[in-house]
Design a protein. Structure first.
Length: 329
């Protein structure tokens, strides 16, 4: 957490929106395309889901059943949970990303890189391990799809959080890892590390925990999906700094740097600047001969010595006397 706060972007290399938007669009495009193209075999996805559930039962950590019954029996809990699952994932995450860009530019680049790398790792997980969520298992397993149960209250149907009629645009077997939990953890870190009030820090702790309960209570993810989502974010966090360093090295090789200044030119510039005074009325004067470290009063006294002295009065009087004698003659 502390390392997130201590990171600052290099001087003069603050992010610009015209470079950030295409980058984010490309990563999100890869993420969306991967979810659509890598659907996997349905039977293998079901087998993976059942294996995860059996593993949880072995260690008695299968809390999805009790949470799902709570959400289906009490609409006052289930309906807000469905709205949270369908909306916050797509609203709060980009909102915090924009906020970092505008208000915390020194921290934005690493936080953005962390989120992107974690998302791409999650895409690899969807590819290698397509997993059927609890709500799509056979009803004999005891799960109820709350999104379908309360579909008349929202814009979603029976295809997870996708709007009605757009279920074909999403991969419903991308349950492992849970990026709902992963992105919520990222949001929590941002709120905790960058928030200035106690309420934002409380929200930073509560939000990931709330989303974890929501994804299990709505029968969209297993507990191990949530654990895998947190692990993916941990891996992305560790890889973010090396990725930024690699990007800086590539940029340094591709972008030409200014040629070094010759030593003779630097010495000449130093001599010219040494003979100039910056205070008013002394420009172009010779540098003071007072040795470095002398008291300031001595320096002021030397400056007064530069005032031109008037000619002696005695000499002027003598010239007038000689002129009078000449006239008398």
């Amino acid at each position: 957490m502390e390392s997130v706060r201590m990171y600052t972007a290099p001087l003069g290399k603050r992010p610009r929106w015209w470079t950030e938007l295409p980058l984010i669009a490309v990563v999100y495009g890869l993420y969306s395309a991967g979810r659509l193209l890598v659907r996997g075999d349905v039977q293998s996805a079901v087998d993976h889901g059942v294996a995860i559930l059996d593993l949880e039962k072995t260690f008695r950590i299968n809390i999805e059943h009790s949470l799902n019954r709570l959400f289906t029996d009490h609409s006052a809990i289930g309906i807000p949970a469905d709205f949270a699952y369908a909306a916050l994932h797509y609203l709060l995450t980009p909102a915090l990303l924009v906020w970092l860009f505008r208000r915390r530019p020194d921290h934005y680049r690493r936080m953005r890189t962390w989120l992107m790398i974690s998302t791409l790792i999650g895409l690899i997980g969807f590819t290698l391990l397509p997993t059927c969520p609890p709500r799509l298992l056979d009803p004999s397993f005891g799960f109820v799809d709350t999104m379908r149960q309360y579909s008349e209250y929202g814009w979603w149907g029976g295809d997870a959080s996708a709007p009605r009629g757009l279920g074909g645009l999403t991969n419903q077997y991308a349950a492992m890892p849970s990026l709902h939990v992963g992105w919520a953890l990222w949001c929590g870190v941002v709120l905790w590390a960058q928030g200035r009030t106690i309420w934002t820090k409380i929200a930073g702790v509560a939000y990931p925990l709330l989303i974890t309960l929501v994804v299990m209570g709505t029968a969209n993810h297993y507990l191990l999906d949530a654990v895998a989502g947190a692990a993916v974010m941990g891996a992305g966090f560790l890889l973010a700094r090396p990725a930024l360093r690699l990007a800086e090295r590539i940029r340094a090789r591709l972008v030409p740097t200014a040629p070094p200044v010759p030593a003779e030119t630097a010495v000449a510039a130093a001599n010219v600047s040494a003979g100039c005074e910056t205070s008013a009325g002394t420009a172009g004067t010779a540098p003071s001969r007072v040795r470095p470290g002398a008291p300031e009063r001595l320096r002021e006294a030397d400056a007064s010595d530069q005032i031109p002295r008037q000619p002696a009065r005695g000499r002027a009087g003598d010239s007038r006397t000689d002129g009078a004698a000449t006239a008398a003659r």
